[in-house]
Design a protein. Structure first.
Length: 418
């Protein structure tokens, strides 16, 4: 082989763009030209494989060309296996390429284990979410979530049973449409406290309160709301979780218990507890804003004679009928109550002594003119006094009691004042 022929073959094997031309003397050498063609086929096949062109045909005979063809076929299979892996088929394995094949199979097995674990975790989460949603959707209590702007982000279907509005309607409601005025103020205060805590990075304090909510039919319902904060896995506040429960029956029961606690059992008018509370309240108001009020204490003249002559049942009926007359004679704002025995007390808000005396005289006359069943004529004596900022509630009542005593001393069936 000449030096020129050797140099030409060397360039074909070692340079990307050979500059030498085939020597003229070698053009007629069949063995040399076959070798040049084989090297050119090798160059093209190697270039195609290096650029990932696995579809280019590999031409030429010989051992090396056959090895390159096998390599191309294996790479095609590997490419297909990788595509299957990308599609989620983690059962793919390759049984060639030695260490590379083993590493590829190990990677596939680990990916399959991770995906299986994720799939199982997702299934558990979906099952848990479905279970919790099922519970929320079928609970009698209303379960809801809300952002710090006071807008619902989820409301369970039980809200329609509670308020008559559908879930879609409730999700569009403003705070003013969700709550009655008094409860709206309560909720706004709670939101302010929540925002203050969250913005300062403080824990969300659980809120419990009773709220009145409007219903679609125009009525209202009393509810008990429990609200807590929702935090993500990183401890970041993401919203509020609330549970609202219908407490209408409980409120009715509480109101009935309260009514019974301040009601005289026999006459069904207010009892001494309610009268004491009302006087204390009016005293506080009068001391703070300078209003005036008056009270009247009265009792039935010679009531013992009524019981002795006609019996206690008739006497009880007189007390009941007397309360009816008193309630007819006073204003809606006035408070009538049984002070004890046959003694009654009337509280007159926004009333001075002169006005109270007129009221007392009118009541005295209406009782004197009334015919009580089975008993006939009954009279009452009345003592009147008015608020004075120098007096305590006990002293005020004592003054009215002294006026009543004067009325008794002066002949009964009359009005006196202190």
């Amino acid at each position: 082989m000449t030096e020129q022929e050797f140099t030409y073959l060397y360039d074909l094997l070692h340079t990307s763009l050979p500059t030498n031309k085939i020597p003229d003397d070698a053009k007629d050498n069949t063995m040399f030209t076959d070798l040049v063609n084989t090297i050119n086929h090798l160059r093209k096949a190697a270039a195609d494989l290096s650029y990932g062109n696995l579809s280019a045909p590999i031409e030429g005979p010989g051992y090396i060309m056959d090895c390159l063809k096998n390599l191309q076929s294996s790479l095609k299979t590997l490419s297909h296996t990788a595509e299957q892996l990308a599609e989620g088929d983690f059962t793919q394995h390759i049984e060639y390429f030695g260490d590379f094949g083993a590493a590829f199979n190990t990677m596939t097995d680990k990916l399959k284990a991770v995906i299986d674990d994720l799939t199982e975790t997702q299934a558990r989460l979906q099952k848990s979410e479905a279970r919790h949603r099922l519970l929320a959707d079928h609970a009698d209590d209303v379960i809801w979530t809300m952002d710090l702007n006071g807008r619902f982000t989820y409301v369970s279907p039980s809200v329609e049973k509670l308020r008559g509005f559908s879930v879609a309607e409730v999700l569009e409601q403003t705070a003013e449409e969700m709550l009655c005025p008094g409860s709206l103020i309560e909720m706004q205060k709670g939101l302010e406290r929540a925002i203050n805590s969250v913005t300062k990075g403080l824990p969300f304090n659980i809120y419990r309160g009773e709220l009145e909510q409007p219903c679609k039919d125009g009525s209202t319902v009393w509810t008990e709301a429990t609200v807590s904060g929702i935090y993500d896995e990183e401890g970041k506040f993401v919203g509020m979780l609330g549970v609202t429960r219908d407490i209408s029956e409980r409120r009715k029961m509480e109101e009935e218990i309260r009514r019974l606690s301040i009601t005289d059992k026999l006459t069904q008018t207010y009892n001494r507890l309610k009268l004491d509370e009302s006087i204390d309240s009016l005293f506080s108001k009068a001391n703070s804003v300078g209003t005036v009020f008056s009270i009247i204490i009265l009792d039935i003249d010679h009531f013992k004679n009524v019981n002795d002559r006609f019996g206690h049942q008739a006497g009880d009926q007189v007390l009941i009928d007397l309360v009816g007359l008193l309630n007819l004679g006073v204003r809606d704002s006035d408070i009538v109550g049984r002070w004890g025995g046959e003694e009654f007390l009337i509280i007159l808000p926004e009333t001075n002594k002169a006005e109270a005396l007129i009221m007392a005289e009118r009541l005295r006359a209406s009782v004197a003119d009334n015919h009580f069943k089975d008993v006939g004529r009954v009279t009452i004596s009345l003592g009147v006094t008015s608020y004075n900022d120098d007096l305590t509630p006990e002293q005020l009542i004592s003054r009215a009691d002294s006026a009543l005593y004067q009325a008794k001393q002066n002949g009964r069936n009359r009005v006196e004042n202190e």
